[in-house]
Design a protein. Sequence first.
Length: 259
Amino acid sequence: MSDELQIDLFGFTPEIPEPLPINNRTSKDGSVHFIYEERLKKSIRCRKKKFEEIYELKLPGYMQSDEFFPVREMAAQWTHLAFKRKTAETKAKCSELLSRIWAATNQILSDLNLPGIRSVRLPPIRPIGKHHNLEKVFQAVNETYFHGELNARITWSGRAGGLSFHTIRKDPFTGEEVNLISISRGYDFENCPLYAVAGVVYHECLHIVIPPEVKNGRRIVHGKNFRTCERRYIYYEEWMKWHKEVLPKNVRKLLNDEK
């Protein structure tokens, strides 16, 4: 059974649109022109052309890549603010935007493992593994079981152990809280069928919908309602069998390879 056919059996075949070409020389609205300097590491500089509503913004050289498109757009917003009248409100907005710019920059540098200045050590978010693309699996599970209403980022875990988990963290681009799902790399093996990856993704998605509860002073993570919902996964039995019999072997191989 092919991966594409299995995804279709979940009731949803994700459509990945062709990415639009990105212009790394000007902002989206064309009002800010970008200049890249390799000597800049963690600073940006701007100036306004005389008699024109055109701005020049100097950015670190590594920000030329497409991955930094949202950072460049935030930096363009900051440029417009920087030339407004210096009120307390404007200064506060500039400061907040700069914090988001560098938080997002640190995250992208961590995701891509690129050289750069990192003031904070952030775990990388890497959904594309050696054998499975978690973004596609999450889209299929989200549409099939949660009406496409879940908002989360998903990544292969940086840990070698067999645990997958759900946490809540701040999105470096918006500063808002976001659900982060980390999946054990024991699932990113050639011997792992797609239904098993979808099973563990579905399990972690349930943690978003059914948060832990406290009863009689005890924190219950996998309560009766959680277990009932978990069994609604169409390949539950097959996933559990693989999880118990094959995952431990894959994890042991990961641990041995890291010694």
